[in-house]
Design a protein around this ligand. Structure first.
Ligand SMILES: Nc1nc2c(ncn2[C@@H]2O[C@H](COP(=O)(O)OP(=O)(O)O)[C@@H](O)[C@H]2O)c(=O)[nH]1
Ligand SMILES: [Mg+2]
Length: 435
């Protein structure tokens, strides 16, 4: 079982730390965290999902009451230390490498305003389009360099180990590569997918540098799905840079953000100057809600809020930071799943805790694996599982958005079906299994 970790990467001063602060500052919306390790440069971000309570008319019973929307925590990591030329030995720190190994997806924070140069120094009119390729290029060079350096040795070993049968040589390519790539947190099946994606069919002893590069390309796609956050959209030159970048890159992977605006609004919300609804353009002031306990605004603050509304909220619909997290969860294909003790009431233990638990699962997780995540005792005494409408589902069926509310049947009354134990990682905080 493995927590989901999303890493913020980018050149110095792009806004990584600001982004992390913006998304993680939220006062805990749900209890304590089941995550295994929280490092100093880690934070917990919350992203909204639909709670089934609304669909099943159980909002009043949902505990804690989510009223149709609930927040799932996810780990975000601020990965500093990547500077241009890093893969050529410009201090690509151990910390950077180690952080990357733990990341499931990357958020590439790009300063789209053109006010910082390639190395992160203050400037004006810098064209940020090159920054996008740069990051990918650095990670590519680093992995490629490590392979290329030892390639002859890798191939010699591969042949010595597998050349007894020609078919074995072909079938074992993934294993040989996996030995080289497992250090980057790759599983054997991910390496197999990498080979499929690359379209490379040749025997390894015929690979030239171009072939290796192609395979590394495919590996990056599989191993490090990346969302590009075009940050600092509140600054004047961002507009023209955004349209240029949007024309060139996959718009599905790009989100516009202002970490600064988000931090500002959340702070005012906390200090009770406004009611700010994260992920929206809604900001209410005392003037809008005269009966509330909001504090009145002085003119200066009023002006700053209006500026954020004009430059960011009304123009782009939101500060975008929540969308960045949602997009990252989307590219990873994560599925929220709800273990319940009764499909009639959706309650957990003793008829209480309607839709209490929600676990975030990796795509491909089977019903039995889910049972084990909820609690090993459930998997051990597993008899079967049912979903909405008392429809039976097989233990090898994959969990999808269609069968993600599940009642497990066990041969014994396990004390553990309540799924609330932090050690199992399954509680109302999401967490995930294997990958
Ligand atoms: N205008 C503006 N400035 C930002 C934004 N995000 C970050 N900054 C500023 O950019 C500078 C560098 O930010 P920081 O988070 O330290 O960058 P890092 O080096 O990537 O961690 C700081 O002065 C931030 O206040 C933003 O969305 N808009
Ligand atoms: Mg920083």
């Amino acid at each position: 079982m493995k927590d989901v970790v999303i890493a913020c990467v980018g050149k110095p001063s792009a806004g990584k730390s600001s982004f992390l602060n913006a998304v993680t500052d939220a006062a805990a919306k749900v209890g304590n965290y089941p995550f295994t390790t929280i490092k100093p440069n880690n934070g917990i971000a919350y992203f909204p999902i639909e709670c089934p309570c609304k669909r099943f008319n159980k909002s009043k019973l949902c505990a804690p009451r989510y009223d149709g929307k609930r927040f799932i925590p996810i780990q975000i990591l601020d990965v500093a230390g990547l500077v241009p030329g890093a893969s050529e030995g410009q201090g690509l720190g151990n910390q950077f490498l180690d952080d990357l190994r733990h990341a499931n997806a990357l958020i590439h924070v790009v300063d789209v305003s053109g006010t910082t140069d390639a190395g992160g120094k203050e400037t004006i009119g810098y064209d940020p389009i090159g920054d996008i390729e740069w990051l990918r290029g650095e990670i590519h060079s680093w992995i490629y360099g490590n392979l290329d350096k030892r390639w002859n040795q890798i191939v010699r070993r591969h042949i010595a180990d597998y050349a007894i049968f020609a078919t074995l040589l072909e079938a074992s390519r993934a294993e040989t590569l996996h030995n080289q790539l497992s250090g980057y947190g790759a599983t054997l099946s991910l390496v197999q997918k990498t080979l499929d994606r690359s379209g490379v069919k040749d025997a390894m002893d015929t690979w030239d540098k171009g072939t290796i590069k192609k395979v590394v390309d495919a590996f990056l796609e599989e191993r490090f799905p990346t969302i590009i956050a075009l940050n600092k959209i509140d600054l004047p030159d961002s507009d023209k840079n955004i349209s240029k970048i949007m024309r060139k890159y996959d718009q599905n992977k790009i989100v516009l953000s202002s970490a600064l605006a988000e931090t500002f609004l959340r702070k005012l919300h906390k200090q009770k100057f406004v009611v700010y609804e994260e992920g929206t353009d809604i900001v209410h002031t005392k003037e809008d809600l005269p009966d509330s306990d909001l504090k009145p605004l002085d003119e200066k603050l009023q002006n700053r809020i209006e500026k954020v509304q004009d430059l960011v909220l009304y123009r782009y619909g939101s500060t975008g930071v929540q969308d960045v997290i949602l997009k990252a969860v989307e590219v990873l294909g994560l599925i929220p799943a709800f273990p319940v003790k009764s499909l009639a009431t959706f309650a957990n233990t003793n008829g209480k805790g309607v839709f209490r638990d929600c676990v975030l699962l990796w795509p491909g997780t089977t019903v039995l694996e889910f049972a084990d995540i909820v609690h090993p005792e459930i998997a051990k005494h597993y008899l079967g599982a049912e979903t909405i409408g008392n429809r039976k589902i097989g233990e090898d069926d994959e969990i999808t958005l269609e069968n993600n509310i599940i009642c497990f049947k066990t041969s014994q009354a396990t004390h553990a079906t309540s799924a609330g134990t932090a050690s199992s990682g399954a509680s109302n905080q999401g967490s995930a299994n294997k990958k």
